[in-house]
Design a protein around this ligand. Structure first.
Ligand SMILES: NC(=O)c1ccc[n+]([C@@H]2O[C@H](COP(=O)([O-])OP(=O)(O)OC[C@H]3O[C@@H](n4cnc5c(N)ncnc54)[C@H](OP(=O)(O)O)[C@@H]3O)[C@@H](O)[C@H]2O)c1
Length: 333
């Protein structure tokens, strides 16, 4: 496993990290969840990503139990706040009240005194940015949170936050967590250039497009049993956007490229996001430990310009590049 700095910060993260969205506390049983976490640790992953909202707060509990006997200093634990964690109108968003309550609950569930990175899971149009940033800064001073990040914020929103932080002397955002894969490149034109200039690192999600870039879903075919596309607890809705014949057909055409390099399709997809030097880490998901062992082999792989060109030629018009696709709800969910 290779390691990178999280943006311009002093924190090092494993360039492949492990995330538990849709799996822990939901699609997979606790045993399988623990085996995936153990495989991640065995393969040198030190960085783990979760969120208060995953599996209605159960995902943090499962991760907390799976990591509880691991030396805390050897781990980087990331969580997030914004999406609803309860029925109340204050159980969501980025207000001082919800940030404070949510970090306390996350720390309890994760069985730790602090998280390494606390991320605003979306932009909250209903809370003044100053209120959010001041509260984040307070949590850093209290030692409950070591670094601050955001997820799916536009370049303009990140720039606004940096300006306020600089003016007020608040702790600065060090990371952004966007969706990024060969198929979804919407950060390349605005978020990445700003982040390079400002020392922000990307921790990218769904690098294999939720499993689609493994090539296991065949156009016109039934999805394999036990895959996310058959997961009725939520996964099948989330992956639906990629389950189109034009996408699945072109993905099959990537197979010779992976084969020529001696890589699995998942390794090719993860290696592809890691070629971008602004990416600090690619967060992989897994429903079974073999997937973790397959995917971590992408660490350290170099893809030359000719390979990148071949990938672009295959995917052509199905690649999404529109920066306006980086969105947060206009009102709180
Ligand atoms: N900030 C945000 O808004 C946001 C949003 C989404 C995700 N995330 C983060 O990103 C993490 C990763 O997202 P993701 O799970 O969508 O990532 P992903 O790595 O693109 O997809 C993971 C899924 O693909 C399948 N898979 C993985 N490796 C495979 C292999 N080698 N062969 C065949 N199938 C394989 C597995 O599903 P099956 O076995 O079930 O098919 C696995 O659960 C999340 O856990 C979370 O931490 C953040």
């Amino acid at each position: 496993m290779e390691f990178r700095h999280l943006g311009r910060s002093g924190l090092m993260v494993s360039e492949i990290s492990y995330g538990n969205w849709l799996t822990h506390g939901s699609q997979v049983e606790e045993d399988a969840a623990k085996q995936c976490v153990q495989a991640a640790l065995d393969e040198g992953i030190t960085t783990f990503d979760t969120a208060d909202v995953y599996a209605a707060t159960k995902a943090e509990e499962v991760l907390g139990r799976a990591l509880k006997d691991v030396r805390r200093e050897s781990l980087e634990i990331f969580t997030k706040v914004y999406w609803p964690t309860g029925p109340g109108r204050n159980d969501r968003g980025l207000s001082r009240k919800h940030l404070t309550e949510s970090i306390h609950a996350s720390l309890r569930r994760l069985q730790t005194d602090y998280v390494d990175l606390y991320q605003a899971h979306r932009f909250d149009y209903e809370t003044p940015l100053e209120e959010t940033l001041k509260t984040f800064d307070d949590l850093v001073r209290q030692g409950k949170v070591l670094y601050i990040g955001v997820s799916e914020w536009t370049a303009e929103q990140i720039a606004q936050a940096l300006k306020i932080a600089d003016e007020m002397g608040f702790d600065r955002i060090v990371s952004s967590q966007p969706q990024y894969s060969m198929l979804w490149r919407v950060i390349e034109s605005e978020v990445v250039p700003l982040s390079e200039k400002e020392g922000i690192g990307q921790i990218v999600w769904s690098p294999i497009a939720q499993g689609v870039l493994t090539g296991k879903y065949l156009p016109g075919g039934q999805p394999p049993e036990g895959s996310r596309a058959t997961d009725k607890s939520g996964g099948s809705n989330m992956i639906a956007r990629w389950m189109r014949d034009d996408v699945l057909t072109r993905v099959q055409e990537l197979k010779p490229i992976a084969a020529d390099l001696g890589l699995s399709m998942a390794q090719l997809a993860i290696a592809w996001v890691l070629q971008n030097p602004n990416v600090s880490s690619a967060i992989i998901g897994a429903s079974r430990p073999e997937q973790v062992r397959d995917n971590v082999r992408a660490s350290g792989v170099k893809l030359d310009a000719d390979v990148l060109r071949r990938i672009d030629d295959v995917l052509g018009p199905i690649v999404e590049r529109d920066p306006s696709k980086t969105e947060s709800p206009r009102t709180r969910p």
